[in-house]
Write a protein that binds this ligand. Structure first.
Ligand SMILES: NC(=O)c1ccc[n+]([C@@H]2O[C@H](COP(=O)([O-])OP(=O)(O)OC[C@H]3O[C@@H](n4cnc5c(N)ncnc54)[C@H](OP(=O)(O)O)[C@@H]3O)[C@@H](O)[C@H]2O)c1
Length: 268
């Protein structure tokens, strides 16, 4: 896609927002944080016309959404409706948590969603709110060099403790935001609709934690536990590995390659 007029990024202070800003930097990037545009409100009047809107703003507190479903919906569903009002080509980001995890193999685009949590339901509704003019990118287990994410949490805990307990009964594809942002660039030359864009390979959170400690030289041990032992408010799918069934889907590198790139960037 020709990006002569520029790109608008919502949620620009988030981890994916940071990667999208970098990836699209050769174009004119209008990067809006929540302070610039709270997407629960209609779009600011003075926004210039752009070639594409990359909507990365979202309520991402999965457990918090269980106690505040209306607030989560206002951001995820209401926010997407407001972004769609701009009437520009639009990329919205959705999640592996639209699936219930009961399928014994990776989820493809034609599988029926059945979210288990409030967060998953608001994201599925947001897919519907995005309209016909949108690419709907379902991705999973994002990590990057900014914001709160699993890699940064494990680096901190791994330096403080000898052992961490991590769940070993949820399987997914940890996806590096830099690899996702680059795949979004490729996607703009493909048809609109639903696309699964996640890292190649899969693992459990406990296996991911082990890889983080291995790659960063931390001697912390991982004690595998069950999801039930954590007692988190939001249910999560036990399998949410995403794959694309579309032959022309952009392919992302393996999660371990994403992890190495991220750790290098963090100096870890
Ligand atoms: N993180 C994951 O594992 C994951 C997995 C699958 C899909 N996704 C999807 O990927 C997208 C990007 O997620 P991310 O990991 O980059 O999340 P993130 O780091 O939490 O960033 C989300 C950003 O949205 C902003 N935001 C929240 N409410 C807003 C509002 N009312 N108006 C404007 N901005 C608002 C947040 O601002 P504040 O910092 O001020 O709150 C934050 O900067 C989201 O659509 C998410 O659902 C994420």
């Amino acid at each position: 896609m020709e990006l002569s007029r520029g790109v608008l990024v919502t949620g620009a202070a988030g981890q994916l927002g940071a990667a999208l800003r970098e990836e699209f930097a050769p174009a004119n990037v209008i990067a809006l944080t929540r302070a610039d545009w709270d997407v629960t409100l209609p779009p600011p009047r003075d926004l210039p016309a752009v070639d594409v809107v990359l909507h990365a703003a979202a309520w991402t507190d999965v457990d918090g959404a269980e106690a505040s479903p209306q607030e989560a919906a206002a951001v995820n569903v209401g926010g997407t409706l407001h972004v769609a009002e701009l009437d520009s080509p639009l990329v919205v980001f959705s999640t592996d948590y639209v699936f219930d995890g009961r399928k014994g193999e990776p989820y493809v685009e034609s599988d029926a969603p059945n979210p288990l949590s409030v967060y998953g339901r608001t994201k599925l509704q947001a897919e519907g709110a995005a309209g016909e003019n949108a690419w709907i990118v379902r991705t999973s287990w994002l990590f990057g060099w900014t914001s709160a994410n699993f890699v940064r949490t494990m680096l901190r805990l791994g330096a403080e403790r000898d052992e961490v307990a991590v769940v070993d009964d949820q399987r997914g594809s940890p996806t590096y935001v830099g690899h996702l942002a680059s795949a979004v660039g490729e996607l703009l030359d493909r048809p609109r609709g639903v696309w699964h864009l996640a890292a190649d390979g899969d693992c459990t959170w406990a296996e991911f934690a082990e890889a983080i400690f291995d790659e960063s030289g931390l001697s912390c041990r991982v004690r595998p536990i069950k999801t039930d032992e954590l007692g988190r408010p939001a249910p999560r799918p036990s399998n949410s590995v995403l794959r694309s069934e579309r032959p022309d889907a952009p392919r992302l590198p393996h999660w371990r390659e994403g992890l190495r790139t991220c750790l290098e960037r963090l100096g870890a």
